[in-house]
Design a protein. Structure first.
Length: 577
């Protein structure tokens, strides 16, 4: 039951009825009228802006129109207790206690689907995330974007959209040549005791390269490692395979499984890049031209070369973008355009790309290419995952690592666990930098939001254990006589906001809203629990060591929302702590 959606429908119906006898003038669409969560300073349950939206059409002040509408709204609903008007023209609704009785009855009947939008049109989404170069393990820099993409996918799936999770494998280009050479030199080091050229800045010196080399030697006895050129293609394929095994293992350790892994090299060898260039040429989106030096570059060292350029400025970019290098090979952008043509051809309603902070400047050009390729029919949304700073003892924290210049994802998981990594990485909006404080993560207090939410669920489980009931069991509410106090109603009000949280998370692709909501709900519950230390009536288990059916349902409602939210986040809900 989405009370905001339901009351918005009721308010709109009242407005339409009033317009029929010309007491009220309406615009063509009522989409600007909202039913929202009111600010805490107002003692009400729902707030609507209807009067402020309609005041100009009706040539009345927002306050006068709000007073007029309030009389009609309250007369049409016996569950409303009080209506108040607040400047500049909000209509605030407060329900009778019986409303909350009916509310909890409804969500208990439908608790498995509570929060899912039934009105929202269901779409198919392709979410591409991580897509790190297949040249080694994932590091902390990849972690936040990986979790962001996974949870965006999860919340869309929760809301009954069709979602494909995809990883684009950049297995083509100079970085792969250098990566393959690095593996080759480690193989030579193992087999022939040749010293690895550690001073070669193009090579990958990490210890994991030694692991790749050992595995390749072990399972490929037939390869002669004397001549790099003769075996470079096969060795590249074996090296990428080793790296992808490691990357997939890193992802599994953080609770992520992709549906597809798409190879850049396959797109190139299948002639997909040339085909998309032909498509762009046919539609006059490319031309031969020269690019001026980027802002901040030393113009004296910049060489203007004639290149094949995409007309990115036609779609709002600051300059046109190169598709082909001077040596005739394709740029990374050209391969990416071909990949997005591949996405478009698979007929998704919406494409979502999760990008690292260093790729924020890439958004406009790739969005421009999608507009050109789809005739503006396919929507591409790019979400940027900002940097993560690791903090311990109030100082930047450096963990041991196998690479020498970055911290691996596995290092982080081994230090704090999967749950903490996922929850804390989502604890702030992805477009701002995040401080990952190790001291807070291990604290057993409200300063550790993960602990506070999990402890809420565990406390509820302890009550169910006391009466030897499984928390997952169905609860029969037919014979119950609900009568809630104001303390309990405050928690029910927060539960009522869950569908709104899901709606905003889905529409804005902002999964940080979920851990914030769960923390707020858990805080209300812990405060209520603590009231029982002094007030016998607030205790869940009474002096006869029993729990009332009404409070059992109350707990079930809270635990259901906590469980739903934590499932979306990919974080566990332990029954004991």
């Amino acid at each position: 039951m989405n009370i905001f959606e339901n009351y918005l429908d009721k308010i709109k119906k009242i407005l339409i009825d009033l317009s029929k006898n010309e007491k009220l003038l309406l615009p063509e669409k009522l989409d600007r009228i909202k039913a929202e969560i009111p600010p805490p300073k107002f003692n009400c349950d729902i707030s609507t802006n209807a009067a402020m939206v309609l005041c100009k059409h009706n040539k009345k002040s927002p306050i006068d129109l709000a007073n007029f509408l309030s009389n009609h709204i309250i007369n049409n609903d016996p569950l409303i207790d009080v209506l108040t008007v607040e400047k500049p023209g909000f209509i605030n609704i407060k329900f009778k206690k019986i409303f909350w009785t009916k509310f909890i009855e409804d969500i208990m009947v439908n608790y498995k689907s509570f929060g899912i939008s039934k009105k929202e049109k269901k779409k198919s989404y392709l979410v591409e995330f991580v897509s790190a170069n297949p040249t080694g393990p994932l590091h902390v820099g990849h972690c936040r974007g990986a979790i962001l993409g996974d949870v965006i996918s999860n919340v869309l799936i929760f809301n009954k959209h069709k979602v494909t999770k995809e990883y684009y494998v950049n297995d083509y280009g100079n970085q792969i040549i250098n990566f393959t050479k690095s593996v080759y030199f480690r193989i030579r080091e193992i087999l022939y005791k040749e010293k690895f050229p550690i001073n070669n800045q193009d090579l990958y010196p990490g210890d994991y390269i030694i692991d790749f080399a050992q595995n390749i030697i072990k399972f490929n006895k037939d390869i002669d490692f004397q001549n790099f050129e003769k075996i470079s293609d096969k060795l590249a394929a074996l090296s990428i395979d080793e790296s992808l095994k490691l990357i997939k293992n890193n992802l599994i350790n953080i609770g992520i499984n992709h549906d597809n892994f798409v190879s850049e090299k396959k797109l190139v060898t299948d002639n997909a890049v040339q085909k998309v260039i032909d498509f762009l040429q046919k539609n006059k989106f490319v031309y031969k031209g020269k690019i001026k030096a980027p802002k901040g570059e030393d113009n004296e060292n910049w060489v203007e070369r004639e290149q094949l350029l995409f007309r990115s400025t036609d779609f709002g970019d600051d300059k046109d973008r190169a598709l082909q290098k001077s040596d005739g090979s394709w740029t990374y952008f050209a391969s990416d355009v071909a990949y997005h043509k591949n996405k478009i051809d698979r007929k998704f309603d919406c494409l979502i790309n999760i990008l690292g902070a260093d790729h924020a400047g890439y958004i406009k050009r790739i969005s421009s290419s999608v507009e050109a390729l789809s005739s503006s029919k396919v929507k591409l949304i790019c979400k940027v995952s900002q940097l993560v700073k690791l903090i311990k003892d109030k100082k930047p924290f450096k963990m041991s690592k196998r690479k020498g210049d970055y911290i691996t994802l596995n290092d982080l998981i081994n230090e704090v666990g999967q749950d903490a990594t996922r929850f804390i990485m989502l604890n702030r909006s992805s477009d701002v930098e995040l401080d990952f404080d190790f001291d807070n993560v291990v604290e057993k207090s409200k300063d550790n939001p993960l602990y506070y939410v999990q402890y809420c669920y565990a406390r509820i489980c302890s009550v169910f254990r006391h009466i030897e009931k499984n928390i997952a069991a169905e609860v029969n509410i037919k014979k119950f006589n609900f009568e809630y106090s104001q303390d309990e109603i405050e928690i029910l009000k927060k539960i009522s906001e869950w569908p709104k949280c899901i709606e905003l998370t889905t529409n804005n692709l902002e999964p940080h809203r979920i851990p914030t909501y769960l923390y707020e709900l858990s805080s209300l519950f812990h405060s209520y629990w603590n009231l029982g230390k002094e007030n016998q009536s607030k205790r869940f288990i009474n002096e006869n060591k029993k729990i009332s059916d009404e409070k059992l349902v109350f707990l079930k409602a809270i635990s259901s929302v906590i469980s739903s939210g934590m499932n979306i986040l990919g974080v566990s809900t332990p029954e004991k702590m």
